[in-house]
Design a protein around this ligand. Structure first.
Ligand SMILES: [Fe+2]
Ligand SMILES: [Fe+2]
Length: 419
């Protein structure tokens, strides 16, 4: 297929940053604030546009490694284990197309300047960019919502100046202190730090093929939160693509289905791990939290350029033809083929996956569950018929994709456990 442009890096990264904000509301804005302040320092230092882009993105994603924390952590906990998480974050991003430069910056962005210097790395471009983020990160943590921002500037600058040479690169400290003469950077940092993503950022075009590759890797970030879901997105994507092909969807739409499958549960980042991993029945309140996830999937995906259709296919996977799904309560007349396929793919993958608290269902059991759902007018009978007619082929694709994803995850956990 011809590699024509489909979306862009700015859009994808902005969505990813938004997704990371879901994990902990206390952290909300922290990533954008860090990116915004780092951007101001970079501009003040006269850095090149390319470097500014790298700094913005690395700052947005600097806490990505904290996704591996056992429980949703407070920002203070994340910061206290910062170097460890910087390393994990860098490892997670390193092999993503376009992300390798960002990964090397993230690796250093919690390292104090004196350690960078004593390792002889003070001229390394990534270490220098990282030091700007390290400073912006610290400054962001000083911002206090309960006080007027312009009355905090001197104190914040005092803290940063106190870290010159020891914690922060001197040139970055000087540039930061220059911001004292302005009001706008401080007001924006406090009130509207994400606005810069709309004006700056890398519009580097990405083809549909590349976007699918990228989202496969982004889904790893989503799934890594829990061993219970470590292989789920991959299985849903593989099942959805098989079903899409059988339904005669174009090659282009099959790729879109793959992306929708990879990202369908991105909104689950809003669900605390204790609920995700609860083996027994959920309380009404807990289930209410679960019900939020597809709303957030849509919120995150609908802003990505070119993702209008993908956002719907991904976000409607818990809608039912009888209108009894959640949270949109769309009925059959509003659910198109892509959304219907995604609903079947999600149920099929969930019941045929092994979960730590239960074995996977046999073919007979799975078919019984799917048929029941068709009888209840929850899911599309013709798609289920296609699935049953091609069961072995679809199930082996799903299984292969799940195993691959699961192996990566458990290898990773294993490595971390042995260190
Ligand atoms: Fe879901
Ligand atoms: Fe799912």
């Amino acid at each position: 297929m011809e590699e024509k442009p489909f979306t862009n890096i700015r859009s994808l990264l902005r969505a990813l940053a938004k997704a990371l904000n879901l994990i902990n509301h206390e952290v909300e804005n922290h990533h954008e604030q860090t990116a915004y302040l780092a951007y101001c320092v970079g501009i003040e230092m006269g850095l090149e546009k390319e470097q500014i882009h790298t700094i913005i993105y690395a700052a947005l994603l600097h806490d990505v490694g904290s996704i591996m924390l056992e429980e949703p952590a407070s920002i203070t906990e994340i910061e206290s284990r910062a170097e460890e998480y910087a390393q994990i974050g860098a490892d997670m991003l390193r092999d993503l197309p376009y992300f390798s430069g960002i990964a090397s910056v993230i690796e250093y962005c919690q390292t104090n300047w004196q350690d960078i210097v004593s390792a002889g790395n003070e001229t390394l471009e990534c270490a220098r960019m990282a030091s700007i983020i390290h400073l912006a990160d610290a400054a962001s943590l000083c911002l206090d919502r309960s006080k007027r921002i312009l009355n905090q500037v001197d104190d914040i600058c005092g803290v940063i100046e106190g870290g010159r040479e020891k914690y922060f690169m001197p040139e970055a400290v000087d540039a930061f202190l220059n911001l004292r003469q302005y009001e706008l950077p401080w007001l924006d940092a406090m009130e509207n730090p994400s606005f810069l993503m709309y004006f700056t950022g890398d519009m580097h075009k990405v083809s549909l093929q590349k976007a699918a590759e990228l989202t496969k890797l982004i889904s790893r970030i989503i799934d890594y939160r829990s061993s219970f879901t470590a292989m789920h997105s991959a299985g849903v994507a593989a099942t959805a693509v098989e079903l899409a092909k059988l339904c005669g969807m174009s090659e282009e739409n099959c790729l879109k289905m793959e992306i929708a499958g990879n990202l369908h549960d991105v909104g689950k980042l809003v669900v605390p791990r204790a609920i995700l991993e609860k083996p027994g029945k959920l309380t009404k309140e807990e289930f209410n939290v679960i019900k939020e996830h597809t709303y957030f999937t849509r919120l995150i995906l609908m802003d990505i350029d070119g993702f209008e259709e993908i956002a719907n296919w991904a976000a409607f996977h818990h809608e039912k033809l009888n209108g009894r799904g959640y949270p949109f309560h769309f009925g059959g007349d509003q659910l198109d083929l892509g959304s219907r396929i995604m609903a079947v793919a999600d149920i099929f993958s969930a019941i045929t996956e092994i979960r730590p608290y239960r074995p996977s269902m046999s073919k007979e059991q799975a078919i019984r569950v799917l048929r029941e759902d068709v009888e209840n007018e929850a899911i599309d009978g013709s798609i289920v018929d296609l699935l049953i007619a091609n069961y072995e082929q679809i199930d082996s694709s799903r299984d292969r994709a799940s195993r691959e994803a699961g192996k990566r995850y458990f290898d990773y956990i294993g490595e971390k456990g042995q260190e």
